[in-house]
Design a protein around this ligand. Structure first.
Ligand code: MLC
Ligand code: AMP
Length: 512
């Protein structure tokens, strides 16, 4: 029997083909019947372009219904879907294409020249455009394809998607997620969060990450009900659509931005059943303030690109501030010391996980994959956590050098290497500091070379330089200059000391 994720999702589509699946900003609807037909057209198109099972289909576009058809079409064709943040620039895209060697690359029209240049270098056979409104060559070609397609059978172990995640050292790694990885987690979450037939999700997350693409969309397609499909997070649109929604999923920044708006009231939330937060730590202050304002208790969960969702606060039981709840059914979680030995109850250690939702390894990096798993098959998350006496898990820090800003990951090493290469720079350190909007923001601490008088090397220039080269969210919000970086006796830069020194760079929000 085929274990293609699309078939599992499709088996739960409503019987009535006219039942709404997507409700768009102009109030028009896309039914489940149409979703099936459109995804068939995109699958037919991919096959006609020569896509074979296992071929990568790389995609760097804005969110639109057509981008969703493309994702589902790729699953149906047996291809491996490879989504990229549309903020990525030349340097980033070039690496992903040359590493993944996709057969097809779908880009925005404004990036066409770059896509052609980089695509040719990476041996991409077809480059097609999908614009921000869901039009362009790709959509026009798909429209000419038949609306019927027999989904290509896949085994659970076959790869459905590759999502790049950077490393604390070295190159970004493509996490390979199988049909089984994705299907297992979707079914668990759908059940755990008590989805009901009439649930309506307000979908505002981007669809190039696990949270918006897998967690949110898979839950809804399994539920066979409708979602407001909005191009981006926008407080005004939340206030308008929340009264007609029952479920919302967001990163903590979405919640702090909502709380900062006086129009966000208890009345707006009357129809709501569930607010879910993840991808970054939700501050207990935000959790409490939200409960006070709306009467709703945010359900916080924890996961990672490499393994989908690992833990969740309970749907029915007590949801505890500052915790990420319990391991999800099917996930075995342990907290270990540096020798991979379980720590004492309530002690801090690295979180390691095992289960069917954990990925199949890094694309083309068997060595790296081996390093990230223990001999007994646990995946090392690099997150530091503890389990309290009632079994609630909290994340207390990270063993990996990573900044999570507004739910997006920034790997300091990538930025430091770019700053260090600038003339006049001796060395630099990029750290995450508390930020009222993004939770954490990256700032750079730079040491000038002795012979540099500082006129050419200003913070503004460093920021302007980086903005031209890497996705904007990764660019440090501020640059500080210092005489030398603090080091321990081994010569390692002490980022903790820097975080203490520069930790109050941004003030806390007024409402909290
Ligand atoms: C945008 N900018 C950011 C940023 N997002 N800076 C730091 N951190 C961020 N997250 C910068 C831009 O570069 C730009 O800079 C300026 O802010 C305005 O850009 P924008 O696109 O207009 O911003 P906005 O729409 O306000 O976006 C902020 C946001 C968005 C929080 C709404 O980042 C977002 O939707 N984040 C969610 C990401 C997500 O889905 N994460 C899940 C990952 S999955 P300038 O200088 O050019 O003006 C995962 C696993 C799991 O982690 O457990 O879920
Ligand atoms: P990514 O690699 O983009 O999937 O990011 C995964 C990382 O996000 C995890 O390893 C955690 O560090 C972090 N994360 C996700 N959810 C939470 C959460 N609820 N609380 C704290 N950190 C989280």
């Amino acid at each position: 029997m085929s274990e293609n994720l699309y078939e599992i999702l499709q088996s739960r589509f409503p019987k009535d083909p006219d039942a709404p699946c997507l409700i768009l900003p102009d109030n028009s609807e896309i039914s489940y019947g149409r979703l099936g037909q459109e995804s068939a057209r995109y699958a037919n198109l991919l096959i006609s372009l020569g896509v074979k099972p296992g071929d990568r289909v790389a995609v760097q576009v804005r969110k639109s219904p057509q981008a969703l058809f493309l994702y589902l079409g790729a699953l149906r064709s047996g291809a491996v879907y490879l989504p990229m943040n549309d903020a990525y620039q030349r340097h980033e895209v070039e690496y992903f294409l040359s590493d993944a060697r996709p057969r097809v690359f779908i880009c925005r029209p404004q990036s066409r020249d770059l896509a052609v240049e980089l695509g040719q270098k990476a041996g991409v056979s077809h480059i097609l455009e999908l614009d921000d409104e869901g039009g362009g060559a790709l959509a026009e070609m798909a429209a000419k394809e038949p609306a019927l397609f027999s989904t290509v059978p896949r085994k659970g172990d076959d790869i459905a998607a590759i999502l790049y995640t950077s490393g604390t050292t070295g190159r970004p790694k493509g996490a390979m997620l199988s049909h089984e990885n994705l299907a297992t987690n979707a079914e668990v979450l759908h059940k755990y969060w008590g989805f009901r037939p009439k649930d309506v999700l307000l979908h505002m997350l981007p669809i190039f990450h696990v949270h918006g693409l897998f967690v949110a969309i898979h839950c809804m397609l399994l539920n066979g009900s409708a979602m407001f499909f909005e191009p981006r997070f926008d407080v005004r649109r939340v206030l308008k659509l929340l009264p007609k929604s029952t479920v919302f999923m967001g990163v903590p920044t979405y919640y702090t931005r909502l709380l900062a708006d006086p129009g966000f009231t208890k009345e707006i939330c009357t129809n709501m059943r569930l607010f879910i937060s993840g991808s970054a730590p939700l501050l207990p202050e935000t959790f409490q303030e939200f409960r006070k304002r709306t009467g709703h208790t945010i359900l916080e969960r924890y996961g990672m690109t490499e393994g989908n969702m690992f833990t969740s606060n309970p749907y029915d039981g007590e949801r505890r501030a500052g915790t990420v709840g319990f391991p999800l059914p099917g996930v075995t979680l342990r907290i270990v010391d540096e020798e991979n030995m379980p720590v004492e109850p309530e002690a801090v250690g690295e979180i390691q996980v095992k289960g069917k939702s954990i990925f199949r390894g890094y694309w083309n990096m068997p060595e790296k994959t081996r390093e990230e798993f223990t001999a007994d098959g646990f995946f090392k998350t690099g997150d530091l956590g503890k389990i309290d006496k009632d079994g609630y898990i909290s994340i207390v820090g990270r063993a990996k050098d990573l900044v999570i800003s507004g739910g997006l990951n920034i790997y300091p090493k990538e930025i430091e290497e770019m700053i260090d290469a600038l003339p006049g720079v001796l060395e630099s350190a990029v750290i995450g500091v508390p930020h009222p909007d993004f939770g954490e923001a990256a700032v750079a601490v730079v040491v000038r070379r002795k012979d540099n008088d500082g006129t050419a090397l200003t913070g503004e220039r460093i920021i302007a330089f980086l903005k031209k080269r890497i996705a904007g969210f990764k660019v440090p919000k501020r640059v500080y200059f210092t005489g030398e970086l603090p080091r321990n006796t081994m010569g390692k830069i002490q980022k903790k000391a820097l975080r203490e020194e520069f930790g109050s760079s941004f003030s806390t929000p007024k409402n909290l």
